[in-house]
Design a protein around this ligand. Structure first.
Ligand code: DGJ
Length: 723
């Protein structure tokens, strides 16, 4: 709900459990008064009157203007008395950079504002659009706020309009700015690396600027475009916190600035380093949306609100709750070294084990027998696959399996027919030897004709073959940020234009082939963000499939993304990434906490493991609805405890699934209490594996003991209401 109080010029936005309140002060600046627990309309009137007195800047008085530096602002300009980080910087033709934006007007309307060419919240809700005007340049900024009655997520973005005739240059154009009152906050971030994505790290927020960012042209393995500010008492299931994440997959920045008076400015959007955007007279630039989530039920409550929002508003509605295919992928089974016979053996076995889909990974096209060649040549390598894709697809069909195929659409190998014919398609600058990553270059997706070309060749493969699943990979980041097709004054737009090219291709492919399920991948989880999830309902979480490492990666990822978005596979032991051996059962348990699948040579499995696989698949089909729709409770943190444990509870609280792993043998740690969460206190539940019947209240307060297990032992409990 959004209300505007004409008398004190206050905007009151509410979601399910939060209020976001700001007002237009006497000088026309937007001042935030409250972002937190829901209050009634009018409850805050006293505070506004109080603030209006103490924060009444007189725009004609030098000293009072400096009060801007202390005010909780909704948009922070540059060079006019607020010395904190600005939300935007605008450069005028005469070289001046200074601005101060004041309220002009506002509109309140149903639905989500248009964010053309970028992923965004899909609809419903109510939007407030506030127009501010710069008193130093022709810049106008429209701040958008969208809220939903049933959600604790507030979506914001900013639209920059050059209302004059002369062009201006945006040197920084963030999506939002939110000033929180003084507090002793901690900052949660998800940092990482290849094979170790989204490790959570919570640090006290010190004074000055804390900056999370990517300069890579992708949201990155290294830092996810998500952060949360946690109030002093915030824990997993109690206390206040604010989550922020971008619906964006390119280079980004998120900053938290703690002022000398302990207030905190949270803002972010498109990475400003290397960015500039020229706006001609009358031109507009729309920034990516940011999701702001308030929780007074700790980080667990925050994650559940985010998960619901991503499922309801971001993921393709036709796929989000659709039962996911249980697949086998040949990557770790064969790498590049396969032929018809090797694939047929996997396919035949997959059918016997109850797997739905066979996915053919890298190496089926061009002359690609290792990672040095072939990218861009999207036609089948018949020397490797005699009879082409058709023979593999026919084999799948004969076995009742569906077929999926790997592409890396954004890339080109120097050793490829495409590159030999059109070396100009790659991102590079004449006279500068391009930096190679994984022996490959990146196609210049800022150029529409290149995106059109890729759309054409990928579409041809999808049209001519019966393909139900695509794995869209991306294995290197961008260097030599430059497009030969852009004029000098537009080179600063390169990174943003690149990701718009990626979105354009994803939009067109998903629209042209609605029956195809697209999985995202980026050398593991290097572009796992809310922007990607708009096109790819699930994303390859990490190349690290080790069942112990995965507890940490999946735990960290779950702060900002639902389990249904995480692809999780059972692979062989010793694990290819860590050389660790874990029991087959445990690998299945951990892979069940997401979109499950297999990543090994099924034909080489022991009979015993084959029987276990059949059982795992049957067991997964019993709980996959909880993975798709359930509420997640993180019970035992593998970064802090010897046990990892997560729990999924159905929305009606009739059913739950507890899954966990014990890392190492450790004397008596199983005597510790494991409290369940999220059950209905009044209901009686039966835990199948323990033969225990108890009330939800008892299970969530007195709890249970952890199970006694050997090293890397996994377990599950099925919890069901007794009628
Ligand atoms: C990186 C991905 O994460 C892997 O799953 C696999 O598809 C390889 N690329 C193929 O090159």
């Amino acid at each position: 709900m959004i209300c505007f109080n004409e008398k004190n010029k206050t905007f009151h936005l509410t979601g399910k459990r939060f209020s976001y309140i700001f007002y237009v002060n006497a000088a026309g600046f937007l001042q935030n008064v409250h972002y937190g627990a829901k209050v009634e309309e009018g409850d805050i009137a006293y505070l506004i009157a109080h603030r209006a007195k103490s924060h009444a800047p007189n725009p004609d008085s030098m000293n009072c203007d400096m009060a801007l530096n202390e005010m909780p602002s909704e948009f922070s300009p540059y060079g006019r008395g607020d010395y904190r980080e600005p939300t935007a910087i605008v450069l005028r033709r005469d070289g001046a950079r200074m601005s101060r934006l004041r309220y002009v007007s506002h509109k309140i309307f149903d639905g989500v504002p248009e964010v053309k060419g970028m992923p965004h919240a899909r609809g419903g809700g109510r939007t407030l659009a506030v127009t501010l005007k710069d008193d130093c340049s022709s810049l106008e900024t429209i701040l958008h706020y969208t809220v939903w009655d049933e959600s604790d997520v507030l979506v914001r973005n900013a639209e920059y309009v050059n209302a004059g005739k002369e062009s201006v240059v945006l040197e920084k154009a963030y999506s939002f700015c939110c000033d929180l009152p003084e507090g002793d906050y901690s900052l949660l971030r998800l940092w990482g690396h290849w094979a170790r994505e989204r490790y959570p790290e919570t640090v006290p927020l010190g004074h000055g600027v804390t900056r999370l960012q990517s300069l890579r042209g992708a949201s990155s393995h290294q830092m996810n475009p998500f952060t949360a500010l946690l109030a002093k008492d915030c824990a997993e299931e109690h206390g206040e916190c604010y989550g922020v994440q971008l619906i964006y997959s390119g280079s980004f920045a998120l900053t938290a600035e703690k002022s000398p008076v302990d207030t905190v400015r949270l803002q972010g959007g498109i990475q400003d380093i290397g960015f500039s955007m020229q706006l001609g007279g009358g031109e507009t630039f729309v920034t990516p949306q940011a999701m702001l989530t308030y929780s007074d039920e700790g980080t667990g409550g925050m994650s559940r609100s985010i998960h619901d929002f991503i499922r309801e508003q971001i993921v393709r509605p036709d796929c989000v709750y659709r039962r996911r295919p249980i697949l086998v992928n040949n990557w770790e089974a064969t790498y590049f070294d396969f032929d018809n016979e090797k694939l047929f053996a996997i396919i035949d076995e997959a059918a016997r084990l109850g797997i739905d889909t066979f996915v053919l990974d890298d190496g089926w096209f061009g002359k690609r027998n290792d990672d040095r060649s072939g990218l861009g040549d999207w036609f089948v390598n018949e020397n490797k696959l005699q009879g082409g894709l058709k023979t593999v697809i026919d084999r799948c069909k004969k076995n009742g399996l569906k077929f999926g195929l790997w592409f890396e659409p954004e890339m080109i190998s120097e050793d490829s027919d495409l590159y030999r014919a059109h070396p100009d398609l790659a991102i590079k600058k004449e006279g500068v030897k391009p930096v190679c990553g994984r022996h490959q270059l990146v196609l210049d997706f800022t150029r529409k004709e290149i995106v059109d070309h890729v759309f054409g060749v990928v579409s041809k493969v999808l049209r001519e073959n019966d393909i139900s699943y695509v794995k869209w990979d991306m294995n290197r980041n961008i260097t030599e940020v430059y497009s030969a097709a852009l004029p000098p004054e537009k080179q600063g737009e390169f990174m943003h234009r690149y990701i718009l090219g990626v979105y354009d291709l994803a939009e067109r492919l998903t629209a042209a082939f609605p029956h195809v399920f697209f999985e995202g991948c980026a050398g593991g989880g290097g572009r796992f963000d809310a922007g990607s999830l708009y096109y790819f309902p699930q994303f390859w979480t990490s190349d690290d499939t080790d069942a112990y490492e995965r507890t940490k990666i999946q735990w960290g990822t779950s702060y900002a993304y639902p389990l249904s978005a995480m692809s999780c596979h059972v692979s062989v032991c010793p694990n290819h990434q860590t050389q660790r051996s874990t029991p087959f059962e445990t690998r299945g348990v951990i892979a069940s906490l997401g979109a499950t699948g297999y990543e090994l040579d099924l034909s080489k499995m022991s009979q015993e493991d084959k029987e276990k696989t059949k059982a795992q698949i049957a067991a997964y089909k019993e709980i996959d609805e909880l993975v798709l729709k359930g509420d997640l409770y993180r019970l035992s943190n593998p970064f802090e405890n010897n046990y990892f444990c997560e729990m999924l509870v159905s929305k009606d609280k009739n059913k739950a699934y507890v899954a966990g792993e014990r890392a190492h043998g450790c004397p008596c740690d199983y005597d510790k209490t494991l409290r369940l969460y999220g059950l209905d206190e009044k209901k009686i539940y039966f835990i199948r594996e323990l033969d225990i019947t108890a009330s939800g209240k008892a299970l969530c307060t007195a709890g249970l003991n952890f199970p006694r297990l050997p090293d890397f032992g996994g377990w599950v409990w099925h919890v069901e209401e007794v009628h």
